[in-house]
Design a protein around this ligand. Structure first.
Ligand code: SIN
Ligand code: FE2
Length: 224
């Protein structure tokens, strides 16, 4: 496969995605079933390397709650929530060190997914890593802390299945429910960039590779 990015060459040995692996879930929003499955062991190792340097932590919301999802980041910027608000930061506030670099295999998968969904030249600066243990959930929200809303969000799910809620940019519209399993990727941008989305409480289970957890990685372009 001709690579626009160089790093995409890492995936040259993968077969092309079959047509039914592409599902339009809303205008500008695409579900790519299983795109991250074949390289899963390397992707997981890369995530573990990040977590070893910037451990998962339960952040405080501005409203005073502790999030049930544990989070960390890699890339030039990481997402931070504390009583002062939500923002992107170049440093991990726990260590006061820069976030770990975004591993090449993660960046390559995000760029490949964006391209397949119709978003060329995706250059994410942040990869937010969410860990859900059974019972953890993420309430309906918009990803709107990024300045560059022209770039999509790319989301990779690993481990236990989850029910992903995906709506529209209006909170009044009832979201659709999608079951996301290990290796699934969702890309949302354009008219769905500010769509409300969330994750229902994770069910108990054990995944062959990840055990009793779900990891979700969201790749974001932050600065214009
Ligand atoms: C997010 O909205 O940041 C994560 C979504 C997910 O865990 O699938
Ligand atoms: Fe989100």
């Amino acid at each position: 496969m001709q690579s626009e990015y160089g790093v995409m060459d890492l995936f040259d040995d993968l077969p092309p995605a079959p047509d039914d692996a592409y599902t339009l879930i809303a205008p500008g929003a695409v579900l790519l079933r299983g795109l991250g499955r074949e390289g899963d062991a390397a992707l997981l190792r890369a995530v573990q390397t990040v977590i070893a340097q910037a451990p998962l932590r339960h952040m405080q919301t501005p409203g005073g709650y502790t999030m049930s999802v544990a989070m960390t980041s890699c890339g030039a910027l990481g997402w931070v929530s504390d009583p002062q608000g939500y923002r992107y930061s170049a440093r991990d506030p726990v260590s006061n060190q820069p976030w770990p670099a975004m591993p090449d295999c993660l960046l390559a998968l995000a760029q490949r997914a964006a391209a397949q969904a119709g978003y060329a030249n995706f250059q994410p600066e942040a990869c937010l890593i969410n860990q859900y243990l059974p019972g953890a959930k993420l309430s309906l929200h918009q990803d709107k802390d990024e300045q560059d809303l022209s770039a999509p969000i790319v989301s990779l799910s690993l481990g236990l299945p989850a029910v992903f809620l995906f709506g529209t940019p209006s909170r009044k519209d009832r979201p659709q429910r999608w079951r996301l399993v290990h290796g699934d990727v969702v890309v949302w941008g354009g008219p769905s960039r500010l769509a409300y989305h969330g994750v229902q409480p994770l069910e108990e289970g054990a995944h062959a590779l990840l055990g009793r957890q779900r990891l979700n990685l969201t790749f974001r372009r932050v600065r214009v």
